[in-house]
Ligand binder design. Structure first.
Ligand code: PEP
Length: 248
């Protein structure tokens, strides 16, 4: 039985001081033994978040990292810098990184490999645009993203990965995918993992849905056979996140 994982993507919101306040506020609301709960906060707030979350069920994740160990990459953060302070999760290939910061499937793959090398769990994002959905190429597109993201990733590592299926047209738009649409793509992603590895790996890997999830839509989405939780943007900054985590 896969344990659900519900992650908040805070994007570029909250100062370190505000981060501590919000974690203190959300801590009692997200208490839950049944699901994994991760807050992916801005890099500048990671240390403060780790401190604030101590002793709770909240895990702290980063929203990005570089694929090199160190070097002349002004403004970037290396994987070892994250693990040094105790960060175990990292979002990789979010559509906003792909759109505004020129991330590609190739860089996503490099980052995924690096995350595993450092013992971190990557939350690997994939998803189609509205045009792709309308043209009926969603599954082909997402399969390609997944196949490239997992190039050279070993089976034992793949089992530990988290995939976030996030249709771009649903992110931050208030337009949530129907549970049938989300389930169809998450199922196809699991099939793709089975083709790359085997059915055991496909059964173990966790696949989230992301895109305008709210406290009202979470229960139906997360109860689909192939949806193992969610990656939540806007609603993760509000007390509503407690209701999303405790959706059952
Ligand atoms: C996201 O940032 O990954 C996301 C899904 O955002 P939102 O929930 O606001 O659509």
């Amino acid at each position: 039985m896969r344990k659900k994982i519900i992650a908040g993507n805070w994007k570029m919101n909250k100062t370190p001081t505000e981060t501590v306040t919000l974690i203190e506020e959300l801590k009692p609301l997200v208490q839950n033994e049944k699901e994994d709960v991760v807050f992916c906060v801005p890099a500048i707030s990671l240390a403060a978040a780790l401190e604030a979350a101590k002793g709770s069920n909240i895990e702290i994740g980063a929203q990005n990292m570089h694929f090199e160990e160190n070097g002349a990459y002004t403004g970037e953060i290396a994987p070892g810098m994250l693990t040094d302070i105790g960060v175990n999760y990292v979002i990789i290939g979010h559509s906003e990184r792909r759109e505004y910061f020129a991330e590609t499937d190739r860089t996503v793959n490099k980052k995924v490999l690096k995350a595993f090398e450092h013992g971190m769990t990557p939350i690997i994002c994939c998803g189609e645009s509205l045009v792709q959905r309308e043209q009926g190429v969603t599954i082909d597109w997402v399969r390609q993203q997944i196949k490239i993201a997992f190039l050279n990733v070993k089976k034992e590592q793949a089992k530990e990965a988290v995939i976030a299926y996030e249709p771009i047209w649903a992110i931050g738009t208030g337009k949530v995918a129907t549970s049938a649409q989300a389930q169809e793509v998450c199922k196809a992603i699991r099939e793709c993992i089975k083709e790359i590895y085997d059915s055991g790996t496909a059964k173990e890997i966790r696949i989230q849905y992301g895109g305008s999830v709210t406290a009202d839509s979470a229960a139906e989405l997360f109860s689909q056979d192939d949806i193992d939780g969610g990656l939540v943007g806007g609603a993760s900054l509000k007390p509503d996140f407690g209701r999303i985590v405790n959706y059952r």
